[in-house]
Design a protein around this ligand. Structure first.
Ligand SMILES: Cc1cc2nc3c(=O)[nH]c(=O)nc-3n(C[C@H](O)[C@H](O)[C@H](O)COP(=O)(O)O)c2cc1C
Length: 328
């Protein structure tokens, strides 16, 4: 089944950073499926003894995609941001992206990520020290408040004082984690307050939703995370929808090939079957939930205990049931 696109302008798209998921190898898969305009790395911790890891250098140097790449940093000490930014200066990256949104309690307790939204002067200091000394654009990924969206105005007034290349707004509060409804009204508010591109993020699941969000919010682009795990063709589909071309709909075989690529991720250490299964499930469960939301496939995948189990289940579902038929 193909859907014909409507007349829309091109939409700027970005793959959201997702720790443990958006590795270089996953980015290579997304590249094969159809690049977003930009990738942002999962966060690199900044602390007194931190450095730019081999994984980050490998990502910068060896990824398949030619699309822009920003490197995300998470920390709180301006002088250590500067130290890391000086190293990053040696590489070609689009921006240093400051993580002001991570809601995980073990991160928050260290005063970094989303907790930075309670320390706006620290955000100012981090951005200022990098801008004053380093010739790499700075972007910020934020939520709309720590506890309440009423904090957003003051957050924006701080961000507006800096020259930023973009602000990515995950339209929930930090305390709202992933359960609170996304409120895209705040994207309009950010647009009015900032004079840099504002990118909307949160719960965008389809190409049509991406178009709707841009129309509704006037955002300069959209960022997609979890939906790109379940459907890495989503960026291509957005481009097709906005350029009036036939929208690619993956078949059962396309999905099985995707699972095989995910299974063949190189690892630094030999993994046990249990570890291999768990690591594949991080991708396979969102895929199963997406392609068979009301059926039994997600339940089977959750119960798989070995990589072979998981492969057999996927073959049964994607090939026996769908084969070269479209999944949607
Ligand atoms: C497993 C996981 C890991 C994440 N890691 C990061 C991260 O390293 N940096 C970051 O800014 N956001 C991180 N996020 C948040 C996403 O970038 C994104 O803002 C969020 O998932 C909402 O977008 P979505 O609904 O399109 O997934 C993570 C989210 C998930 C689910």
């Amino acid at each position: 089944m193909y859907v014909t696109g409507q007349t829309q302008g091109k939409i700027f798209t970005s793959l959201a950073p997702m720790r443990g998921l958006t590795t270089r190898h996953f980015m290579d898969i997304v590249c094969d499926c159809g690049d977003p305009d930009e990738y942002i790395s999962e966060f690199l911790r900044v602390h007194p003894t931190a450095t730019v890891t081999n994984d980050v250098i490998d990502l910068i140097k060896n990824r398949k995609s030619m699309a822009d790449l920003s490197i995300q940093l998470l920390g709180k000490e301006p002088e250590h941001f500067l130290r890391i930014a000086k190293i990053l200066q040696n590489y070609k990256i689009k921006s240093i992206n400051l993580n002001c949104g991570c809601p995980m309690p073990k991160i928050g307790r260290k005063g970094v990520g989303g907790t930075l939204l309670t320390e706006l002067n620290t955000i100012d200091d981090i951005i200022s020290i990098i801008s004053a000394n380093i010739n790499i654009p700075i972007s910020v990924k934020t939520r709309i408040g720590y506890k309440s969206p009423q904090e957003f105005d003051i957050i924006l007034s701080h961000l507006a004082q800096h020259r930023l290349s973009a602000v990515y707004v995950h339209a929930r509060t930090v305390k709202g984690m992933y359960g609170e409804p996304v409120d895209f009204e705040y994207i309009n508010i950010a647009k009015a307050a900032l004079n840099c591109p504002v990118i909307a993020n949160g719960d965008i699941k389809t190409a049509q939703e991406a178009v709707n969000v841009v129309k509704k919010t006037n955002a300069d682009g959209i960022m997609i995370g979890r939906a790109a795990i379940a459907n890495p063709w989503i960026f291509r589909q957005i481009n097709e929808l906005t350029s009036k071309t036939k929208i690619f709909v993956p078949t059962g075989e396309d999905y099985l090939n995707l699972i095989e690529k995910l299974q063949n991720f190189p690892t630094k250490f030999a993994l046990t079957d249990f570890q291999k299964t768990s690591s594949l499930k991080k991708y396979a469960i969102p895929i199963a939930d997406f392609v068979d939301p009301l059926g039994g496939f997600p339940h089977c995948i959750r119960r798989a205990t070995t990589p072979q189990d998981l492969t057999d289940m996927c073959k049964n579902f994607f090939i026996k049931k769908y084969g070269n038929r479209h999944m949607m």
